[in-house]
Design a protein around this ligand. Structure first.
Ligand SMILES: [Fe+2]
Ligand SMILES: [Fe+2]
Length: 337
């Protein structure tokens, strides 16, 4: 499986970050810390510090929102896929993303936050989701590039989450990563086929790579130096590898794939550094990243409006399901009486 090669040991020093000052019960806190230090799992019924719970709810719900908003840019291409085979693959992939959202909402619900609360956060614009989905998919090549690079970056991020200290999140990630592996491969394969096609097809792939490359590097989040919450996440065993280390792994894995494909990654500073045994790469435009995170990307409003409309349009389904459940319950009670 594509993802297995990325399963690497934790970053050195992750556990040496000092503990955040705690106002919790010292005995409970000590037992929790000992479990984390021993690389044990925390389960829903276990005691946990409020800050740990809050961090997980925020992270898992953001992840869930990213999955379901991520259905939209590619969903736009289902009706325009170039063949029956590509259409079937794309439908399966977009459905997988919906499933990922459902596993993750369920995982977050075990922390005591309801799905309605989480969706309210998304619909009101308070909750964030991955800003990569606020860019448009202009051509069919974008669908391939999203599979190759966006799902590829997601895998890089998610493989270490399979070992997250919170049990339900870690277990959800195992299945998610298997499906992400398929997403990455189908995208790369679609691009390989296009790169054997006409000059126009090759140019379309290169154009899509040019538009998505830098945005994918930004997906790993701000540089470690500007990411103060990362250290706490690593101390808690939620985050296992830092943003910059994940980004570096992604660049190193992607360069040879680009060569096989025959595309150029749009970075004049991208080159192998013999001393570091890694690729050097250029400056990411963090202003653009923050603008998009803060709601001013090209598709933020459209994505949110589409989600809100889908939720409102589905109200009758939720109402009908609840009415049916109530009726079943009443029937059962009558039979029991
Ligand atoms: Fe996904
Ligand atoms: Fe995916």
């Amino acid at each position: 499986m594509y993802t297995q090669s990325f399963n690497v040991p934790d970053a050195p020093g992750g556990k040496t970050v000092p503990l955040a000052p705690s106002t919790e019960d010292p005995a409970l806190q000590a037992a929790f810390d000992a479990r984390i230090d021993a690389d044990g799992r925390i389960e829903p019924q276990d005691w946990m510090p409020e800050a740990y719970r809050r961090t997980l709810v925020r992270q898992i719900s953001q992840h869930a929102h990213s999955e379901i908003v991520g259905m939209l840019p590619e969903g736009n291409w289902i009706s325009r896929a170039p063949s029956l085979k590509r259409k079937a693959i794309l439908i399966a992939k977009v459905q997988d993303e919906g499933g990922h959202g459902l596993y993750l909402y369920s995982a977050a619900e075990t922390l005591g936050t309801s799905r309605d609360q989480m969706l309210e956060g998304l619909h009101s614009g308070r909750a964030k989701y991955s800003s990569i989905f606020n860019y448009p998919t202009l051509t069919w090549a974008d669908v391939g590039v999203i599979g190759w690079l966006v799902d590829g970056a997601a895998i890089m991020n998610q493989i270490p989450l399979c070992r997250c200290s919170y049990g339900p999140y870690a277990r959800a990630m195992v299945r998610v990563c298997k499906e992400e592996s398929f997403h990455q491969r189908q995208g790369y394969e679609a691009l390989l086929v296009m790169m054997q096609g006409t000059a126009e097809q090759k140019a379309m792939v290169q154009d899509a790579v040019n538009r998505w490359w830098w945005k994918c590097l930004a997906m790993f989040g701000p540089p470690d130096a500007d990411s103060p919450n990362s250290a706490q996440g690593m101390r808690w065993g939620i985050k296992r590898i830092s943003n910059d280390d994940l980004r570096q792994k992604f660049v190193d894995a992607t360069v040879p794939q680009a060569k096989v494909l025959g595309v150029t990654l749009p970075d004049p500073d991208l080159k192998w550094n013999e001393e570091r045994q890694h690729h050097d790469y250029g400056q990411i435009d963090w202003n653009e990243f923050w603008e998009t995170v803060n709601g001013n990307g090209p598709c933020n409003k459209e994505r949110l409006a589409t989600r809100v409309k889908a939720y409102n349009d589905g109200e009758w389904v939720r109402d009908a399901a609840l009415a049916h459940a109530r009726k079943q319950q009443q029937r059962k009670m009558k039979e029991a009486a």
